[in-house]
Ligand binder design. Structure first.
Ligand code: BG6
Length: 487
């Protein structure tokens, strides 16, 4: 019997405000966290003025996200492309700073609210369900420089103020929300993934140079409280609303290099760094293994009974996650983290990596592994809200962009999504990452292109911003039109 995708499967694509919109200081918006970064893996351009951090944008440095692909002004055209592919859903984020430019105001910025009103109306008009991330690696910079971001408990109130305004304003338009994009990367990228800034540093040369585990676990706790309160509020405002957590779960596809028990236990430890976020946001409990880490490292997270009750009672409605790659753990080898996930040793059983210079291993079965693992562990609906491949591409002499590699990548991953559904996983949808070329999050380049639609802009920021369909455009349209029967 043919394997089928569910009838209401949400096919589509995903982007993030700071990588696509541009207009970084328009209509009242002020600097965001990502505005002072070229890529989220870089140091932010902040300088210490003797008493606090302040923005220090470097003249002539290429902050491509400041203009990005100008989606802010061109979204009608871009959504039309998505519509032509038959998208049933489109994921983007709200730039918190458009709604509250400093983050601590009492009243929102109407121009920002209006922009998203119009954007969501257009998606709905084109038959796309808006799937909205409330914070995708960004927040008003002022909240970090003034308060330290999530190191400060006041953040929960600023956040709830923002979320209350958003939930009320878009009630009836937006059903699917997720809170913090890939918040499980906070330990490796505290500034961008965690929204954390040490505002009492000893080292004033380098941002967050001496952050402690105590600080990071405390910030994580505040994020957990904010997540649970967001779920609670969402259900109160609109019982139809679904609020998910959003995590980078390529990390779970970390395989042991050998059957040496130390490799096996090393993998257990590595995965737990990420399960922690799921365990708290989906099961509502701090797991025993983290309490051991706290004991052994003299970490004392301040938390009240009330907060723990909120965390226990208001868990995620679904798990949204990104999956790009897998990696291999060996007890004597270091593991790095990038936007694709964990990067340890190469896997000799995988045949391919993406081309230079990024060379991410291609492991479609890793996606099936992650889906099954999550289903067995949490039993919640799963939403694949990022999967895709970044390639260095150019228009050829015939005016075409041939991207067979991408078609194959999608095909192979969707086969594994189908297998996962057969295995019994409830999968809500598949949102391809970056359906139109956008600025890469990790390195801040245009050259790393994920799209079905090519955008004429290069790493120097030059180009007409014209859009062109790549070969994969028709391929993905066919997949959606057949509800995945014609892969
Ligand atoms: C995810 C992020 O980690 O990976 C996206 O949520 C990001 O924002 C994507 O763009 C791909 O990473 P990159 O660095 O290739 O853009």
């Amino acid at each position: 019997m043919a394997k089928r995708f569910p009838e209401n499967f949400l096919w589509g694509g995903a982007v993030a405000a700071n990588q696509i919109e541009g207009a970084y200081l328009e209509d009242g918006k002020k600097l965001n966290v990502t505005d002072v970064l070229v890529g989220i893996m870089n140091q932010p351009d902040l300088k210490w003025n003797g008493s606090k951090w302040e923005p220090a944008l470097v003249p002539n440095k290429k902050y491509l996200s400041h203009e990005a692909i100008d989606f802010y002004h061109r979204y009608h055209e871009d959504l039309e492309y998505m519509h032509q592919m038959g998208f049933k859903a489109f994921r983007t984020s709200i730039s918190w700073g458009r709604i509250f430019p400093n983050g601590d105001e009492a009243e929102p910025n109407e121009a920002g609210l209006k922009f998203y009103d119009d954007l969501f109306d257009e998606m709905i008009r084109l038959g796309m369900e808006p799937v909205i991330t409330l914070s995708h690696y960004e927040m008003p910079l002022h909240l970090l420089t003034e308060y330290g971001g999530w190191l400060n408990k006041k953040m929960i109130d600023f956040w709830m103020n923002y979320v209350t305004v958003v939930f009320n304003r878009y009630k009836g338009k937006v059903k699917y929300y997720m809170t913090f994009n890939e918040v499980n990367n906070i330990f490796r990228m505290p500034f961008a993934a965690g929204g954390v800034l040490d505002i009492n540093p000893k080292n004033t040369e380098r941002v967050n140079a001496d952050l402690t585990m105590q600080q990071l676990y405390q910030a994580t706790h505040y994020l957990f409280v904010a997540h649970a309160k967001t779920v609670k509020l969402g259900h109160e405002i609109d019982p139809e609303m679904k609020v998910g957590c959003m995590l980078s779960l390529s990390h779970i596809a970390t395989y042991p290099y050998t059957c040496d028990p130390d490799d096996i236990l090393g993998v257990v430890d590595h995965r737990r760094k990420h399960y922690l976020f799921l365990d708290v946001m989906c099961k509502g409990q701090y797991p025993g293994y983290v309490k051991r880490i706290w004991r052994e490292n003299d970490v004392h997270v301040e938390m009240s009974e009330d907060e723990l009750n909120t965390i226990a009672n208001f868990t995620s409605d679904y798990i949204a996650f990104s999956y790009y790659r897998s990696t291999v753990y060996h007890k004597d080898a270091a593991i790095r983290v990038d936007t694709g996930g964990s990067a340890g040793l190469n896997n000799p059983y995988l045949k391919e990596t993406s081309p230079e210079p990024w060379c991410w291993p291609v492991d479609p079965k890793g996606l099936r592994f992650v889906c099954n693992d999550l289903n067995d562990r949490y039993g919640l609906p799963l939403f694949i809200v990022e999967n895709g491949i970044g390639l260095d591409e150019a228009v050829d002499e015939n005016g075409k962009i041939q991207d067979d590699f991408r078609k194959r990548y999608i095909h192979d991953h969707l086969v594994q999504v189908q297998e996962s559904i057969e295995d019994g996983c409830e999968i809500m949808g598949y949102l391809y990452w970056g359906p139109i070329d956008i600025v890469s999050a990790g390195t801040g380049e245009m050259r790393k292109r994920y799209g079905f639609v090519y955008v004429d802009r290069n790493n120097d920021g030059e180009g007409s911003l014209d859009r062109y369909k790549k070969d994969s455009f028709d391929y993905f349209a066919k997949v959606i039109a057949s509800n995945g029967e014609d892969l």
